[in-house]
Each structure stands twice: as structure tokens, then as C-alpha cells.
Design a protein around this ligand. Structure first.
Ligand code: GLC
Length: 511
């Protein structure tokens, strides 16, 4: 299981209201008790923080807010000493506009680093070179007065895209990965991998016929030519070859694409990333029949040797407990942690955090600031972790950079740790079972036909057979399976063929 830490919000140790590396180290035992295998930390590198670290100004350093390289080394050693792996977040598609490479690149057209970014002449009318739209809204091209050309930015103006068709840039970026691998980092989550290469001719993207008022500006066009280009796979293969030149390293790719296109990121004969993030559970309607089909189809679409993975939430999307409610969040946890494949759990979901309320004067996210009021803001899912009922929930000695969730006095780690029925205990129980039963850890998955609000599937390894049955609805449901009850989301003691409302069960089936 991979656990995502959003470092600004996990644990502050130096009293500035922002989390840091020493804070992650202090809380490692929470992760061990939970049953985590690997920790992925969102970006910790020097950055002007316009996009909270996803605008990197130095790929081989640590932002002073988070600590120093020595703090990183200490955290890594402490994680390894506990049997935890540590993954960093590599942001290769773009840098900060404050990165020395970009400062050089924009200094003149003849600068040796000019081609490390994507510069184009204006269209004949003087406007942007094409109609591509930034994911944060508005044209993806920014005019540079000094050199009389536009540069491309798929994200914010302050995040110019790097030109991965330039061999020197490519080598420099792979060197940055090597830097962290050499220190012992166990792998990377690779940011927006599917954006890294654009069509060589930069043709206009087609208009999106389904765009409606209220949808994000970026969806006015389909990202046909700006993303998911065939040449991206050679880059993934280069990263993979680098990872494979070390022992036991992993690459996880951030890719928001439909399943049939996602699968290509496993690579030819497995030379792509190990785990192209499968975000379907984030976007899916919470409906048993469509989830059933999705799970079946995803498992069937995997390439030979491709290992599945599932995600319920991250720092960009609404939290699961907000999307489906408190009772179903427990069912969702059972689903996430019993499906075939590596689950990724977002910090705070293990205590059932919901999206925080952010007063207008505390909004920090550029996504919200640029397209306000449409519900795209990500601050609500980045609120501080609640550790106990003390001041600032044990997160910090100072006012946190984002407000705590409203009910932190009761919804926190210490308050749930000794309560056998808490969300935290449910997660610990699920992860304990996953470790104890190879059917759950690595077994095959077969969907069981069910009706109404029930999803059911069987996991088998050798002679061990486990059935998971989940009631996604508010009515009791009869389920035609029997077995010894290993765990119920609502704490039932036995299973008699009937799921209570909002109940999920794990059954050991003896033939
Ligand atoms: C990814 C990150 C997101 C960031 C964006 C731009 O989608 O998850 O937080 O804003 O990339 O780097």
C-alpha cells in the first residue's frame, strides 16, 4: 500500500504552520501501525510555491520550508529502518519560471538553454501559436516581450513546459532522478506523465462539442495534440531503464486517461512505468453496477505482467468521505484495500477526513484563484492532518497554513487509535488482513454476479479463497455467498447471507 503525504499538511515541527520533513519522520510510527508499505511525498524541492511545489526551481534540493538534504537523508534512513519505502514526486513536464534554466532560456533567443523550453513565434495575427488551453484556464501560451516569442505552459504561466525533445534537457532531467536514486530513494511518482511530449507541429486542438458553461475552461478543447503522444513512451522507457539499473525501485505515473489509453503506459513488454495510476474510482459514480463493470474491465484490460493499482483520492480531487458520505467511506476503504493491485491512500482518509471549509480570505490554491466559485479549488482536500485534540490538532504550534477541518477535536488519530470501531481501526484491520492472506495480497480476482446495490468478488491464491461483498446502498441485501466472517465494516459478528445497509464484509470460504 502506498500512502500519499502532502508535506505542507502532515506535521509541522518548526512552528511555521507548514509541515516539514522532520514532521514526517516524527509520524512514521503512525504509518507503520497503519500497515503502510511505501510513502509518496508530494514535492519537497525549492520552489516559489505558486503551485505549492509543483513549480520546481531546483530538482536536486530541498525547500527550506521542509528542511535540508540532511533532513531528507535522515527521514529516508528512519523510513528504511522501519521497513518503509520512500517515493518522491518528480515533476518533469515543467519547471518553475524561476528555475535558472528558464531564466537563461528566456534571456535571449541564442541562449544555449533556449531550446530546453518550448518557444514559438506568434501566429500571423500576432496571437498565440495555436488554440491550446492551460489546465488552469486561459491560453497555454505566454508572450515574452524581451525575446518576442511565446512560451508554452500546460499549467500555470509560472510553470513553463520543458522540451523533452531536446537531448541535453533530457539528460539533465534523468541526472536529477539519478541524484535521488543514488541517495537511496525508492522511486518516484511522475507528475502528469501523459503531457510530457506534444505533437511536433503544434496543430490546433479540436473544439470539445460537449463543453458547457460551468465546465473548466481547459475542456473547451480536446487535448488531442497536446497530450498522450506516441513519443512519450520512449521517455517512460528511459526512466524505467534508469530505475531498473538500481535494485528494487518503482515508478508510478500520474496519467488521467481512459483505460484503453492508460494501458500503453505499462510499456511494451513492461518497459513503461510500473504503475500507471488508475484514477477510475475517483471519477466514478458510486453505483454498484457501473463499478462492477469498471473493475472487471480494468482487470481484463491489463497487459501481460501488468500489475493493477487503485486510487480513491489525492491532493487534487475531493475526498472520498465527502463524495460518498461517512458510512460509504468505510465501504470504499474495504473496496480499495481488497481489490487486486496496489492501493494508494491519501493522508487523512484513514481517519475519514472530509473536505475542509475554506473561508474566502484563506484560499491559497491557484486553481481556485484563477477560476473561482466553480468548485475546482483544492485547498479543501489539503487541510492539516489531525493528530490529537490538543492545540492545532497536534499539527503545529502555530496557526496552520490552511484551516483545520471543523470537527478535528473528535476526528483525529489519537481519538480513533483505541476505538475498535473507528475508521482508523478499520484501515488497520483491512491492511492486517491484506498482509495475512495471500489471496488478498496477490490472489486472482473474479467478479461475482450480484444485483442491486451489491458488488461482490472473489480473490483466490492457491487453496485460499476469499469473498468480498459490499452493500453500496441503504437497504439490506441478500447475498448468495457463505463463509467465515473475517471483517465487517459495521462490526457484525457473523454473516448469515444478508448485508446490512452500508455494510461490507470479507469472508473466508472453505470448500
Ligand atoms: C499534477 C499535480 C497537481 C499540479 C499539476 C501541475 O496534476 O498533481 O497538483 O497542480 O500536476 O504540476
Amino acid at each position: 500500500m502506498i500512502y500519499q503525504v502532502y508535506p505542507r499538511s502532515f506535521q509541522d515541527t518548526n512552528g511555521d504552520g507548514v509541515g516539514d520533513l522532520a514532521g514526517i519522520e516524527r509520524r512514521l510510527d503512525h504509518l507503520v501501525a497503519l500497515g503502510v508499505d511505501a510513502v509518496w511525498i508530494s514535492p519537497i524541492f525549492p520552489s516559489p510555491m505558486v503551485d505549492f511545489g509543483y513549480d520546481v526551481a531546483d530538482y536536486t534540493g530541498v525547500h527550506p520550508l521542509f528542511g535540508t538534504l540532511a533532513d531528507f537523508d535522515r527521514l529516508l534512513a528512519a523510513a528504511h529502518a522501519r521497513g518503509l519505502r520512500l517515493l518522491l514526486d518528480f515533476v518533469p513536464n515543467h519547471s518553475s519560471d524561476q528555475h535558472p534554466w528558464f531564466v537563461e532560456s528566456r534571456s535571449s533567443r541564442s541562449n544555449p538553454r533556449r531550446d530546453w523550453y518550448i518557444w514559438r513565434d506568434p501566429a500571423p495575427d500576432g496571437g498565440p501559436p495555436n488554440n491550446w488551453i492551460s489546465d488552469f484556464g486561459g491560453s497555454a501560451w505566454q508572450w515574452d516581450v524581451g525575446t518576442g516569442q511565446y512560451y508554452y505552459h500546460a499549467m500555470l504561466t509560472e510553470q513553463p513546459d520543458l522540451n523533452w525533445r531536446n537531448p541535453e534537457l533530457r539528460a539533465a532531467m534523468l541526472d536529477a532522478m539519478r541524484f535521488w536514486f543514488d541517495r537511496g530513494t525508492d522511486g518516484f511518482r511522475v507528475d502528469i506523465l501523459w503531457h510530457m511530449i506534444k505533437h511536433a507541429d503544434f496543430p490546433d486542438n479540436p473544439a470539445n462539442p460537449d463543453w458547457r458553461e460551468g465546465m473548466a475552461d481547459m475542456h473547451k478543447v480536446l487535448q488531442l495534440h497536446s497530450t498522450d503522444q506516441p513519443d512519450v513512451f520512449a521517455i517512460a522507457a528511459e526512466m524505467r531503464a534508469l530505475a531498473d539499473s538500481y535494485d528494487d525501485r518503482v515508478l508510478v505515473g500520474e496519467i488521467y486517461l481512459p483505460v484503453e489509453r492508460l494501458m500503453a503506459y505499462y510499456g511494451k513488454d513492461g518497459d513503461g512505468v510500473h504503475l500507471p495510476f488508475n484514477f477510475q474510482l475517483i471519477d466514478a459514480a458510486w453505483d454498484a453496477r457501473s463499478l462492477h463493470r469498471m473493475i472487471r474491465d480494468y482487470d481484463a484490460a491489463l497487459p501481460q505482467g501488468g500489475w493493477p493499482n487503485w486510487v480513491l483520492g489525492n491532493h487534487d480531487r475531493p475526498r472520498i468521505a465527502t463524495r460518498v458520505g461517512e458510512a460509504q467511506a468505510r465501504v470504499a476503504a474495504m473496496l480499495l484495500l481488497t481489490l487486486r493491485g496496489t492501493p494508494t491512500l491519501y493522508y487523512g482518509d484513514e481517519i475519514g477526513l472530509t473536505d475542509g471549509a475554506i473561508p474566502p480570505d484563506r484560499v491559497r490554491d491557484p486553481r481556485e484563484l484563477r477560476e473561482p466559485g466553480l468548485g475546482f479549488g483544492r485547498d479543501p482536500v489539503r487541510t492539516p492532518m489531525a493528530w490529537d485534540g490538543g492545540p492545532q490538532a497536534g499539527f503545529s504550534a502555530a496557526e496552520p497554513w490552511l484551516p483545520l477541518h471543523a470537527n478535528w477535536r473528535t476526528r483525529n488519530v489519537a481519538g480513533q487509535a483505541d476505538d475498535a470501531r473507528s475508521m482508523l481501526s478499520l484501515h488497520r484491520d483491512l491492511l492486517r488482513l491484506r498482509r495475512a492472506h495471500s489471496a488478498l495480497a496477490t490472489g486472482s480476482l473474479t467478479m461475482i454476479e450480484a444485483e442491486g446495490d451489491v458488488i461482490a468478488y472473489q480473490r483466490v491464491s492457491g487453496s485460499e479463497r476469499i469473498v468480498v461483498a459490499l452493500n453500496l446502498g441503504r437497504d439490506p441485501q441478500a447475498v448468495p455467498v457463505r463463509g467465515t466472517l473475517l471483517l465487517s465494516t459495521i462490526g457484525s459478528d457473523v454473516f448469515t447471507g444478508r448485508l446490512e445497509p452500508d455494510e461490507g464484509v470479507i469472508l473466508l470460504v472453505q470448500d
